[in-house]
Design a protein around this ligand. Structure first.
Ligand SMILES: O=C(O)CCC(=O)C(=O)O
Ligand SMILES: [Fe+2]
Length: 269
């Protein structure tokens, strides 16, 4: 696994709000990730464990944007071993310049044959905390191209993004009705080989094209939040029990649900 980051990669990420990492997984690792994640997806019916589904499962359109299975680490010990990887957490912390990161959630995003595009959106406004320093690693388990649903990003736009947003719905460009200043920005399409990955900041606007092929485009992502992030009142993927006892402003620091994945060593005194 290629988990070292050069200074140049860090500065590019901070400028653009996203970064591609070629051959993040080598061929053997890729085979292993594919097998373990496929197995976890195939044995999971619920979209999110604990069933705060917002009616998304069973929605004809959204079901055909991708097959989304959230928090596979909670239902598969094998996936848990992939997700709770300190070296990936260290990358997230370095890119975002934070001392420690917790897992927000993981998810498989499998765009099946002839899948709908993923409309332009921003991630962090959906989540249960607001932070300008959350980040997602998105790992391509298949080659991703303009034909089968590669990701698109708006370079630099995360710096202007607020928490205004749209749902991932049928209108691919609805986000641009909210952020009129971005209407003329040129997006970057990031095609990948299987095993490549990208990081994107939680406020980076992004999208993916439709899958115009008869094969699946499989991807797996892991979302990291800075340690110390606080509850903003939104349920998102929180289990009902925890949601009901949280107050706005409480730290999201349940080690069972949002474990620390990386923590920088404290400087010696
Ligand atoms: O895989 C996709 O189509 C979209 C990915 C995405 O929105 C994300 O990882 O935040
Ligand atoms: Fe997203």
């Amino acid at each position: 696994m290629k988990t070292d980051l050069s200074d140049e990669q860090v500065s590019r990420y901070r400028e653009d709000g996203f970064l591609k990492i070629e051959t993040f997984l080598d061929a053997g690792e890729l085979n292993n990730w594919r097998a373990l994640i496929d197995n976890a997806v195939n044995t999971r019916d619920e979209r999110i464990p604990g069933a705060n589904d917002d009616g998304r499962l069973g929605d004809d359109y959204y079901d055909n944007v991708f097959k989304q299975r959230v928090n596979l680490w909670q239902t598969s010990d094998a996936v848990r071993g992939l997700v709770l990887n300190e070296n990936i957490g260290r990358m997230a912390a370095a890119l975002e310049d934070v001392p420690a990161v917790r897992l927000w959630h993981d998810q498989a995003l499998y765009k099946g044959p002839w899948a709908n595009p993923t409309s332009w959106h921003i991630d962090d406004p959906y989540w249960s905390f607001y932070s300008r320093n959350a980040t997602t690693i998105w790992i391509a388990l298949d080659d991703t191209t303009m034909q089968n649903g590669a990701l698109y990003f708006l370079p630099g736009a995360y710096k202007q993004a607020t928490y205004d947003n749209v749902l991932i719905g049928k209108n691919v460009g609805a986000l641009f009705d909210v952020y009129k200043d971005w209407t003329h920005c040129q997006p970057t399409c990031v095609e990948m080989k299987a095993g490549d990955a990208s990081f994107h900041n939680g406020l980076t606007p992004h999208a993916a094209g439709p899958n115009m092929t008869p094969m699946s485009r499989r991807a797996f992502s892991i979302i990291f939040m800075p340690d110390g992030s606080t509850f903003n009142g939104q349920r998102n993927v929180l289990p009902e029990k925890l949601f009901e006892c949280l107050s706005i402003g409480d730290a999201l620091e349940d080690d069972e649900l949002n474990p620390v994945v990386f923590q920088a060593k404290q400087p010696r005194r």
